[in-house]
Design a protein around this ligand. Structure first.
Ligand code: AMP
Length: 301
């Protein structure tokens, strides 16, 4: 395993792998402080691709001015040990100037999909995400890029970015990895005290409750959102920021959910000073046009 810090070096290694060795390249973009959620992506990349590259880069442009960029957990030594265990070929861990050289002035915005939910709460966030991914995709030109369902809106933004800018990349989305309590793994969980961590399980309890209510036949989006809100409000350590009930592919808002479309229920909440997000997707009981339908995705999806 080699750790690469320079963008030029990363690009020339990837070019050689592609051209001279005809290897398929899988990229797992991360901000480091790796946990089992990240490692599930690495495992699948290892299974699908000849060469696995994991980028570790805390991307300043996706953080707002009042957010946790400077105190975001960083542990390249620990990350390196974990990635060596997974037989990763390259870690790309550039300093900020390698991604954003002096005078950097070009940004990528994915309109519409970036605007609701996280887009309201974190203006400019997805512009930062789309921009850094464009730089990574152009430097590495992977065949596959791996993302977690944990960041549901991000997966939609990335798919649209890849389609619209004609990147020759297959986007692979993998299920959310959770603790026993249901709490979605996140690097930001490191900020939580034991008591807060227990309380944070309320996010997934709220989502699961909404799924139950949906399966009992409720199709009123507001009522499903209220189900989540009631659970979260009952936890004194948690403060709900938003709950969105939207189309899982288009993020379209509905008053009444259609029977033939997957539904995304996404939530952001603060537990103490820590901001957490989570979501579930409910697959339609009656999907359109002969597709085989399942009632729900497997646990954690
Ligand atoms: P991050 O380091 O937070 O930017 O995350 C890097 C990638 O890991 C993103 O595609 C995330 O969606 C994914 N990821 C983070 N947490 C989880 C999780 N609990 N389960 C699955 N994927 C995750």
């Amino acid at each position: 395993m080699e750790i690469i810090n320079r963008r030029q070096r990363m690009a020339s290694v990837a070019r050689k792998l592609r051209r001279e060795e005809d290897k398929t390249i899988g990229l797992v973009p991360t901000m480091g402080a790796l946990h089992e959620g990240h490692l599930s992506l690495v495992r699948e990349a290892r299974r699908m691709c000849d060469v696995v590259i994991v980028s570790v880069f805390v991307n300043p442009t996706q953080f707002g001015p009042a957010e946790d960029f400077t105190r975001y957990p960083r542990d390249l030594t620990g990350d390196t040990t974990k990635l060596a265990d997974y037989n990763v070929d390259y870690i790309f861990a550039p300093p900020v100037e390698e991604i954003y050289p002096k005078g950097f002035a070009t940004y990528v915005s994915v309109e519409n999909l970036s605007e609701p939910m996280e887009g309201v709460a974190r203006p400019g966030h997805f512009r930062g995400v789309a921009t850094v991914l464009t730089v990574l995709f152009n430097a590495i030109r992977p065949d596959f890029a791996f993302f977690g369902q944990k960041d549901a809106q991000q997966t939609l933004v990335v798919k649209r970015l890849v389609r619209d800018l004609a990147f020759d990349i297959e986007v692979v989305v993998l299920p959310t990895v959770r603790e026993q309590t249901g709490l979605a793994l996140s690097s930001r969980n490191a900020y939580l005290s034991d008591e807060q961590r227990k309380a944070a399980a309320v996010l997934y309890r709220g989502l699961s409750q909404a799924r139950e209510v949906y399966l009992e036949g409720e199709r009123n989006a507001k009522r499903l959102a209220e189900t989540v809100r009631a659970q979260v409000d009952a936890e004194p350590l948690a403060r709900l920021e938003y709950v969105g009930v939207v189309d899982a592919e288009t993020m379209e808002k509905y008053d009444r959910l259609p029977e033939d479309r997957p539904v995304l229920i996404a939530i952001a909440a603060h537990v103490g000073k820590t901001r957490l997000i989570d979501n579930i997707v409910i697959q339609p009981a009656r999907p359109k046009s002969g597709a085989t339908g399942r009632l729900t995705l497997p646990e954690g999806a």
